[in-house]
Design a protein around this ligand. Structure first.
Ligand code: PMP
Length: 368
């Protein structure tokens, strides 16, 4: 990255990037060819064939020469109906990462802070930094639970304009109880953003707090994605449910026509397949139980999960070695062992039963 360092410019080279970006390393998950891919928490199944059929038919009707509906109104209405709110409470973008980026562009920036509680989803910190937003990071407890005393300390010290929660928390797995979310709304006078990328796998959702109208719910934003349960990671679609003022603020920073017509169609059609999605969630949750049960017979420490992944720490062998053994068996998991607060940890995505069998067999072999 030497060419990015300020001060190295000569007549032929481009200018140095913003000094606050120089130290930034990207967020990359290994993209290697393997038979069993359990590293990025995607759906192990493609979308239902009936969805594909309807999508193909819909694509044939699109006016590709015309810009898409800038307001994505039909998609937003359909999402609003799904969650029991009006379209004015819905903002959509290219993946939930772009939703998070829109929130930070609208509310963050110079002289503003975002709070988060680590270990948590690393992109909250990363996107805050690329939008020039200062990050106030608190710690979770030893068991990775949210500590309300720590939340109060961070909020009092930095007055964050956004406080991020992640429920279920990636990569540790637990959903945030609703009374914790209400308590955080009491602690901060500003926005609370609950990232529910894995919300459908969990027993509770902050959507209920949004709809309840309790004090502070007008400052609560819930972010969701089509990348996991909806099996559409390749299409890049995410959204938020929140107050209309927040939706309008995100629209201020969105580029014109940022959501293409094919994506709007894909998302709208996906919402007609709720039953299929719920059947898949039930299958994944059952498989998660099976993996957790198998872990209890192996030399690993593990944490309860409400998501489609499980965090675990081999206790008798180094995480890097286990990761490499799994890769030798063509099973790819996420190596979190170098992330702050996660020394020695790996994260496995729950896959199809056959994939989970392959993972468990390779893990048992590695730990034998
Ligand atoms: N939030 C969390 C907690 C995630 O784990 C992910 C995916 N890794 C995302 C958001 C981003 O999802 P996408 O941009 O694919 O919608």
């Amino acid at each position: 990255m030497a060419e990015l360092v300020p001060g190295k410019k000569d007549a032929e080279s481009p200018p140095a990037v913003r000094p606050d970006l120089v130290e930034l390393t990207g967020y990359h998950s290994a993209q290697v060819e393997v038979e069993v891919r359990l590293n990025t928490n995607e759906s192990p199944l493609s979308p239902p064939p009936e969805w594909l059929e309807a999508f193909r038919a819909g694509l044939a009707e699109l006016d590709f020469n015309r810009y898409p509906d800038r307001q994505a109104i039909e998609l937003r209405r359909a999402l609003g109906d799904t969650h029991g709110v009006g379209a004015d409470h819905v903002f959509c973008a290219n993946g939930s990462n772009e939703v998070l980026q829109s929130l930070l562009l609208a509310y963050g920036g110079p002289d503003r802070w975002a709070a988060l509680f680590e270990p948590t989803y690393t992109l909250h910190r990363h996107i805050a930094r690329i939008t020039g937003t200062a990050v106030a990071a608190g710690r979770r407890t030893d068991r990775y639970a949210l500590d309300l005393g720590e939340v109060a300390r961070v909020v009092d010290a930095n007055h964050p304009v956004i406080t991020f929660l992640c429920s279920p928390n990636n990569p540790t797995g637990r959903a945030e109880p609703l009374d914790q979310i209400r308590a955080v709304l009491d602690i901060t006078p500003d926005l609370v953003v609950v990232d529910e990328a894995y919300g459908q796998f969990a027993p509770s959702t902050a959507m209920d707090v949004v709809r309840s109208g309790v004090a502070g719910s007008g400052r609560l934003v819930v972010v969701r994605t089509f990348s996991k349960t909806w099996a559409m990671a390749g299409l890049r679609l995410g959204y938020l449910i929140g107050p209309p003022e927040v939706v309008q603020a995100c629209e201020l920073v969105a580029l014109p026509y940022h959501l293409d017509a094919a994506k709007q169609l894909a998302g709208r059609l996906a919402l007609q397949f709720v039953d299929e999605m719920e059947t898949r969630v039930a299958m994944i949750n059952e498989e998660r139980g099976r993996i957790a049960a198998a872990f209890s017979t192996l030399p690993v420490e593990t944490w309860p999960s409400d998501a489609n992944f499980i965090l675990f720490r081999p206790t008798r062998k180094k995480a890097e070695e286990v990761w490499a053994d799994l890769l030798d068996a063509s099973v790819l998991v996420r190596d979190c062992s170098q992330w702050p607060g996660l020394a020695g940890c790996l994260r496995v995505t729950v896959g199809l039963p056959t994939e989970n069998d392959r993972f468990l067999a390779a893990l048992s072999e590695s730990l034998r």
